[in-house]
Write a protein that binds this ligand. Structure first.
Ligand code: ATP
Length: 857
């Protein structure tokens, strides 16, 4: 079967061709087909293997410089008639290989974390299996499956439509046309019709913006039109975050500086006759390798990736890495009410009508929820609440619900705030409409006094935090459901139904946390203003000391941008909004230079989600389209999870700061120690000793700082100002000072040891151990480590102990000691080394103390 011909077949022929049935496949058949034809996925570009990642570590220039240096150190002695010298070369090669192994472990862990996240974000589809509509991973769809589509879904495979209700599909991914196309069930003649004209088809990768449909899967995976175009999807390109870019810049800048210094050290060593040319060259190379922070960006990537995994476990799936960084600086969280701040568990608590039988019929028919096998109503909570009410009070039976039939429908959308169905009634059709009372009343012919009475009742119910729905009806002969305005007017009012949706218990606490963290919570809802105010007050969004107010979407519309800019900071609640309003709210905050997070679940929320600094999608109730537009998706749809994620974002940012500060100050210590001693005319450390220090201190403590727990006051301070650079003057100063202190201590140790092999050994130990002590001090940038609980910092203490052991092993294991040209210390000399390292820790604590005092003023 030529795949481009599906649109020329009738529905029945299409079903026959696929061996399918309008009721869908059986589970067994689906499993068989999946095995035969493979999953419904576009194949990705080749994945890097572990070996590949390992060899990629050698793409770094510095590694080759080191390997060249190893070769030079081995063969150069031959030139002056001496024998081959393998010891140093061996150490260098061990360092090179260890470096590559560590790099591989880090990178593969980061990749694994990112892959796991991709899996979590994999899309689902609704398909009929064994006669029931079930949610399955889109990858499991097979040709012959029958799927259900509704507004907000992304089309999971290539489909031939079987039935369709005002279906509109946005196909820009395939055709470039961004205006949604209205689809219909027809049979087309032209086999070569362009994709955009195949009105009876829906294609993988496009998205449903309106309406509903049932459709037959005719092609999956690489057989789809998308597959044909995409060929092989290049393995998704890695996005670099602004911070990673910044750190790359810092690395490049420092590399140039370090290379300059290394060249200087080489020349000085050579000219002063202090070192043999070979030794001088080796020292310069080792110094360059040790001091260039080439691993920094890799460590930061790991920290980000591990942070992402942790956030996923807490219910926040990050879809774009840069969001992790931005999250921490969020200043405003705009949140939907229903389901995010509340539980989305609606229960009807009040009915107000003069014709109960008619209202009950309207509640049952004008309702998209269905009963599952167990007789439980499933669907939109606003609608299941109505069915639950009818069944619980025995106002109808399961059979009544199962046997409902429709003559036509106009689905709910949050712009119209109405939903409509038609059912056969006598010779004609009875139209039932339900929706927001203010909208519905305007469509009813009613005397003004009756209208006012209903409005009063509505407001009274809303003030008790109830969501209120109004119902209306009319009888007509042959309705045209595509004329929405006509169908939904001239109605007769039936009654009101009030339902309660309790606030999430944890939301109140989360809002308090927001306030302490300097973040403004803003509630946005489609509900009535009075309902919204009642809930916002209960949650603490309204009524705080900031004296903010609630406005409606209509009031917002009446404001110019300039007016909105003036008022936006004083508005805590937006009620009766349409999704388009969200984009305006985001834009107004952004004009104020604020970092805004915005939640959304519907198709029409996508633009606001994209525009927001952090678009937050809903994992449970969100549409595919809204999730696709988000930076972060909540698996539990819970406001409190956003606040938690902001805290995580702040923690991760803090930790990256600590890690980078540690790495750079250690490198500064190494450079300064070697540079100063060379200028003073002696050689402090041997090339291999420098390399070893760098290997031991750079990796473990740096990573451990990256996974530090949050500081106690992460959510007690104001959001970080994004305009402040990653490292301000004070941070650079502190890096310089710590580096200088390390160098000074190492040089002191050298002199205490009386120079020579003993001096070098003491300097070697002091330089490396003082770096480890500094790492301990860097645990917190502000708080004294004497107030920090040891138990909570396991990773750091493990890294400290492990690195110290490695460091000591080269002294205590005789062959290694010889290899590194070290000597054994006496007890007194050990005490001297430890004393110097403790001075390092005190020095860092003193810096923090000064910072704390200065900040208090
Ligand atoms: P929030 O914006 O707080 O998440 P929401 O998204 O549930 O709230 P909408 O779904 O836009 O808000 O609902 C707005 C109004 O439309 C409701 O107050 C209600 O009156 C009406 N409404 C909601 N659901 C339906 C429905 N299924 N059929 C008819 N009317 C509805």
């Amino acid at each position: 079967m030529e795949k481009q011909q599906w649109h020329t077949l009738t529905e029945r022929d299409a079903l026959r061709e696929t061996g399918g049935d309008a009721k869908g496949l059986s589970r067994a058949e689906a499993v068989k087909r999946l095995e035969q034809n493979g999953p419904n996925k576009l194949t990705e570009g080749k994945k890097k293997t572990l070996i590949g990642i390992f060899f990629a570590q050698f793409q770094d220039l510095m590694i080759w410089v080191l390997i060249a240096a190893a070769a030079v150190s081995a063969f150069a002695p031959l030139l002056s008639g001496k024998s081959l010298e393998l010891a140093d070369a061996a150490i260098i090669m061990v360092v090179v290989i260890l470096n590559a192994v560590l790099g591989t472990i880090q990178e593969s862990r980061a990749e694994a974390a990112l892959d796991a996240l991709k899996e979590m974000a994999a899309p689902n589809a609704k398909a009929y299996r064994d006669g029931h509509l079930v949610k399955i991973p889109s990858a499991e769809l097979v040709v012959g499956d029958v799927v259900a589509l509704e507004a907000g879904d992304s089309v999971p495979a290539d489909l031939r439509l079987l039935e369709c209700n005002s279906l509109k599909v946005e196909e820009s991914a395939l055709t470039g046309e961004s205006v949604p196309v209205e689809k219909m069930v027809v049979t087309l003649d032209d086999p070569g019709a362009p994709l955009g004209d195949r009105l009876n088809m829906a294609f993988m990768g496009t998205s449903v913006t309106y309406g509903r449909a049932g459709a037959l899967v005719v092609a999956t995976g690489m057989d789809t039109q998308m597959g044909a175009i995409a060929g092989q999807l290049a393995s998704t390109e890695k996005e670099t975050t602004p911070l990673q870019k910044k750190l790359n810049q810092i690395t490049n800048m420092l590399s140039i500086g370090v290379l300059g210094i290394a060249a200087l050290v080489f020349l000085l060593g050579l000219l002063s006759g202090l070192l043999e040319p070979l030794e001088s060259f080796m020292t310069a190379v080792s110094l360059a390798v040790a001091a260039i922070p080439e691993g920094m960006v890799a460590v930061v990537t790991i920290v980000l990736a591990m942070g992402m995994s942790r956030m996923a476990k807490q219910g926040a799936i990050i879809r774009r890495l840069p969001a992790v960084e931005t999250l921490g600086s969020t200043q405003v969280i705009c949140s939907d009410k229903t389901g995010t701040l509340t539980q989305n568990k609606m229960t009807v608590t009040e009915i107000s009508t003069t014709d109960e039988a008619l209202l009950e019929a309207a509640m049952a028919h004008c309702n998209d929820s269905v009963l599952d096998e167990t007789g439980r109503a499933v669907g939109d909570p606003t609608e299941t609440a109505l069915i639950d009410y009818l069944l619980k009070n025995k106002l109808c039976t399961d059979e009544d619900i199962r046997n409902r039939k429709r003559a036509g429908e106009i689905p709910f959308d949050s712009d119209r705030k109405l939903s409509t169905v038609g059912i056969e009634h006598g010779a004609g059709v009875r139209i039932f409409v339900k929706g927001a009372p203010d909208v519905l009343l305007s469509r009813c012919g009613m005397t003004s006094s009756a209208g006012i009475a209903v409005e009063k009742k509505n407001e009274e119910m809303a003030s008790r935090a109830l969501r209120v729905l109004a119902f209306g009806y009319k009888d007509v002969q042959s309705p045209n459901f595509s004329n929405v305005r006509e169908i939904e007017s001239g109605l007769t009012f039936i009654g009101l139904v009030g339902m309660i949706d309790p606030a999430r218990p944890e939301a109140r606490e989360a809002i308090k946390t927001c306030r302490e963290a300097g973040i403004l919570p803003v509630m946005i809802t489609g509900d009535h203003k009075i309902t919204a105010v009642a809930i916002a007050t209960d949650l603490g969004i309204l009524g705080g000391r900031d004296r903010r107010v609630a406005i409606t979407g209509a009031e917002l519309e009446a404001m110019s941008d300039a007016e909105l800019d003036k008022r936006v900071e004083s508005i805590a609640v937006y009620a009766r909004v349409a999704p388009e309003h969200k984009s305006r709210i985001v834009a107004a905050w952004q004009r104020k230079g604020r970092i805004v997070s915005m939640t959304g679940d519907g198709v029409n929320d996508a633009p606001a989600l994209k525009a927001a600094d952090i678009g937050v999608g809903m994992g449970i109730t969100g549409t595919d389209v809204s999730k696709g537009a988000s930076d972060m998706v909540l698996t539990d749809d819970n406001f409190a999870t956003i606040v938690l994620a902001v805290g995580e974002g702040r923690r991760i940012f803090d930790n990256i700061h600590k890690t980078v500060r540690f790495l750079l100050s250690s490198n500064a210590g190494e450079v300064l120690a070697v540079l100063v001693t060379t200028l003073m005319g002696f050689s402090l450390l041997k090339a291999t000793q420098i390399l070893w220090i760098n290997l031991v201190t750079d990796t473990f403590p740096a990573l451990a700082l990256g996974v530090e727990p949050a500081e106690k006051d992460v959510m007690g301070r104001k959001p970080r100002d994004q305009k402040v650079p990653f490292f301000d003057g004070r941070a650079w100063m502190s890096i310089g000072l710590v580096g200088a202190a390390e160098a000074a201590l190492a040089i002191t140790a050298y002199f205490w040891g009386g120079g020579g092999a003993l001096g070098s050994t003491m300097a070697f130990l002091t330089l490396s151990l003082s770096q480890l002590f500094a790492a301990v001090g860097f645990q917190s940038e502000r708080h004294s480590i004497f107030n920090i609980k040891l138990r909570e910092h396991k990773a750091l203490w493990l890294a400290f102990a492990g690195s110290t052991l490695l460091q000591l092993s080269v002294i205590f294991i005789p062959p290694l000691r010889k290899l590194f040209d070290l000597v054994m210390l006496t007890g007194f000399e050990w005490m001297q080394v430890v004393a110097l390292c403790l001075i390092m820790l005190l020095f860092i604590e003193a810096q923090k103390l000064v910072a704390r005092i200065r900040d208090k003023d």
